[in-house]
Design a protein around this ligand. Structure first.
Ligand SMILES: [Zn+2]
Length: 407
């Protein structure tokens, strides 16, 4: 049995034992940076049970720590940095030791194992290779299994398609919205994407709905997996992977402790209740983070053994991010909620303008507006303005899609 296979199916009791050991070690190690030294000094943290005593760590904390204030190792031990997205203020820098890079790779190897990806595969990596972490994690893992790797990076969709066809790509790694863009370009090039050798897709970097998945799987005749990941936690694929039975995301609890909190109060919510995901990394060296607010919205589905055999806990697929939440006349919703409804009407390209009013602009026939309105009213509880525009009117994205515009 491979190392990662054993880790994927580790029994709960053992997982919790590893978790306790690693958490204690991490708390001690975190004292190497002044931020956590000050924070943890008089809290008396003796084990995972005391976790809740630790104040939440925010993105703002990381921003203030620029360049390497929150690093817990000597600079000489750092082998690379990545950067987390964000538009204002100082960049958020995530340093890695050799061990952290190994951990990144190993978590992705668990994902590859669950998705049945191996040496025989041709893996095309379309997220960018740069400070934003996208491409590298996939690359480290694809390289480690000696797969035929195409580190093509972002953009140039025609070339992406040409390579897919000419090299017989079987696995596509990309942002969730990119495959539909690829399908659109393929049509213009006279390529039938269902005829490509593609078998699997690992999609992430943005929340995406089940309806979108159905559409992608149908068009490409593939199996599409949701791969979560957060640069602050080490990058794409580190925190967990989608359950093969599609029960949600299994969080690798031997490496991360996950809590769900009320985004307003920061207090833990009950299992099953929706809230913001808070991560504690317990197997990272350069910059372990204790109770980091991710901005992701999810809920704990189960702490029990899943029917797929995995005993690492299960959370819901990410529904949205706190910064994407729209509150309109007392109704809270995320762009992915609107997306589900639009997809069920066959709409792929859309934009949501949120301001005094909510306006949804989509590419398609105006004849279906009334039906969409009725569904939004029924499922989301509000009535937006809706406009139908001609195909090709709205902006297309090759990376993360920006569907929500605040006006
Ligand atoms: Zn499962």
């Amino acid at each position: 049995m491979h190392k990662f296979e054993k880790e994927v199916y580790t029994p709960k009791k053992e997982i919790l034992k590893i978790q306790e050991e690693r958490f204690r070690k991490t708390v001690k190690h975190a004292m190497n940076c002044s931020f956590y030294r000050k924070r943890l000094k008089e809290l008396g943290i003796n084990g995972v049970n005391d976790l809740e005593k630790i104040p939440l760590t925010t993105k703002e904390d990381l921003r203030k720590a620029y360049p390497l204030e929150m690093s817990c190792v000597n600079k000489s031990e750092i082998v690379r940095i990545q950067m987390s997205g964000g538009t204002t203020g100082s960049p958020v820098i995530i340093p890695y030791t050799r061990g952290d890079v190994e951990q990144w790779k190993e978590m992705l190897l668990r994902a590859f194992f669950l998705a049945g990806i191996g040496k025989k595969d041709v893996i095309q990596i379309t997220p960018a290779f740069g400070l934003w972490n996208g491409g590298f994690g996939f690359h480290f893992a694809a390289d480690a299994i000696d797969a035929f790797t195409i580190p093509i990076g972002a953009g140039n969709t025609r070339n992406q398609l040409k390579f897919m066809r000419d090299f017989g790509t079987t696995v596509l790694c990309s942002t969730a919205s990119y495959p539909l863009r690829i399908a659109e370009v393929a049509e213009r090039m006279g390529i039938d994407v269902a005829e490509l050798p593609l078998e699997k897709m690992l999609l992430g970097a943005e929340p995406w709905s089940e309806e979108m998945r159905k559409k992608i799987e149908e068009i490409f005749d593939v199996k599409a997996f949701d791969i979560p990941g957060l640069t602050e936690m080490g990058g794409v694929g580190t925190v967990g992977f989608e359950c093969p039975e599609r029960n949600g995301i299994h969080i690798w609890e031997d490496n991360y402790i996950v809590e769900i909190v009320d985004p307003e109060t920061g207090e833990r919510v009950d299992d099953g209740e929706e809230g913001e995901v808070v991560y504690t990394s317990i197997n990272r060296e350069a910059m372990p983070l204790l109770r980091y607010r991710s901005g992701e919205i999810s809920a704990i589905v189960s702490r029990e053994r899943c029917e797929c055999g995995i005993e690492h806990l299960t959370i819901k697929r990410i529904r949205g991010r706190t910064d994407d939440m729209v509150i309109y006349r007392g109704v809270k919703f995320y762009p992915s909620d609107v997306e589900s409804i639009l997809y069920s009407h066959g709409i792929v390209n859309y934009k949501i303008e949120a301001g005094e009013r909510i306006k949804i602009i989509f590419e398609g026939e105006s004849a279906i507006i009334e039906r969409i309105l009725a569904d939004i009213k029924e499922f989301l509880g509000f009535k937006p303005e809706i406009e139908a525009v001609a195909t090709g009117t709205l902006e297309r994205f090759e990376g993360k899609a920006r569907r929500l515009v605040r006006v």
